[in-house]
Ligand binder design. Sequence first.
Ligand code: NAI
Ligand code: AKG
Length: 411
Amino acid sequence: MSPTSFPKSDIRVLLLEGISETAAGIFADAGYSDIRRFDKALPVPELHRELREAHIVGIRSRTRLDAAAMAEARKLFAIGAFCIGTNQIDLATAKHAGIPVFNAPYSNTRSVAELVIAESIMLMRGIVQKSAQCHRGGWSKSAAGSHEVRGKTLGIVGYGHIGTQVGVMAEAMGMHVIYHDIETKLALGNARHAGSLDALLAASDIVTLHVPETPATRLMIGEAQLARMKPGAHLLNASRGTVVDIDALADALARGHLAGAAVDVFPVEPEGNAEAFASPLCGMDNVILTPHIGGSTLEAQDNIGAEVAAKLVRYSDNGSTLSAVNFPEVTLPGHQGSHRFLHIHRNAPGVLMKINEVFSSTGINIDGQYLRTDPELGYVVIDAASDRDQAGRLRERLASIDGTLRTRVLY
Ligand SMILES: NC(=O)C1=CN([C@@H]2O[C@H](COP(=O)(O)OP(=O)(O)OC[C@H]3O[C@@H](n4cnc5c(N)ncnc54)[C@H](O)[C@@H]3O)[C@@H](O)[C@H]2O)C=CC1
Ligand SMILES: O=C(O)CCC(=O)C(=O)O
């Protein structure tokens, strides 16, 4: 266990939204004892109160870490998104406060892909309507409107980690896979690039969305795009609620233009399990509605807990920012025999020179120096042998350099 700037027992780790126990276990094994866990997202005033004392915070998709939340979090030095999406975090504000954000880019990929495959079959067979009828005492034994998925075309919008997994599994069931992405992507198996979003919509029996929330994906599926889909086709959205115009989707389903849909994410989602859910899709028997659980399997949550907690511990203990989503990435070796000085600063001419002057003026030899910058931010890590008091004084001088956002010493 490596010592940090201040004793690990003083580092408050705040874990919200029922983050898996594996995460708390990783922190505890690394020597962190002040771990506060909540099984749900906190109302804003309580969130702000908790953030004031937290050095590390872990959230899932419900907690909004916006500029107002970050302004309260004066002690915070790292954020973990225990999920894939990071749209709930103001990444730019975190970055300008010198706070790296880590996520789990693959740990729930498979869970989402499996759900999409299951729902594709359920929709193509009209299972949800039939099940609902049976629950109400009906008995509709008929093949009308029921189809195998074999030989049908699956259109994947966003051919990234989840999209490609879905494509591979769909091909194993004999589906034709086409995809649309803004980036050039390697087509796996026999998948084909659709040419354009419109071409994909016109050719697919099932369209499934796997894009992140960005300005470009906001309402990317609206009235015009739904009209381009084949009559009788199905739409799945397990990406983000902002990607689909939900009123336009409800209308396309009500008119019978689309045969069914499966929706896991919504423009407005309840804050917690106690709050009522409302959507224009409620009451439609041909729509599978799920409460944002695409990635919610025990396997995925355990993997995510371990992956993100390990990244946070590594950053806290060692300074490594490998795979941070908003920060220059630095991979670091151990620093036995040296103190490690972390310096995060606005990327402006002359800062590096001043950092080096602090060391050269004291005659302390630098054992190792690591630097990564992007146009806005510089992250310098310096290993140097000094005694504890000297290290404290050096840190004060480093902190006084113009443009400094944050400094830490790892002893
Ligand atoms: N429902 C749930 O519980 C879950 C939802 N998600 C959502 O799924 C999204 C996708 O996840 P991954 O596949 O892991 O992400 P990814 O980053 O691996 O793939 C996203 C793909 O979308 C593409 N893309 C971005 N903007 C686009 C645009 N305007 N048009 C077409 N393609 C575009 C990207 O180039 C990339 O290939 C996440 O961002 C998250 O919001 C992820 C996990 C669980
Ligand atoms: O599990 C969660 O809370 C959110 C899952 C999700 O949407 C993601 O990983 O982006």
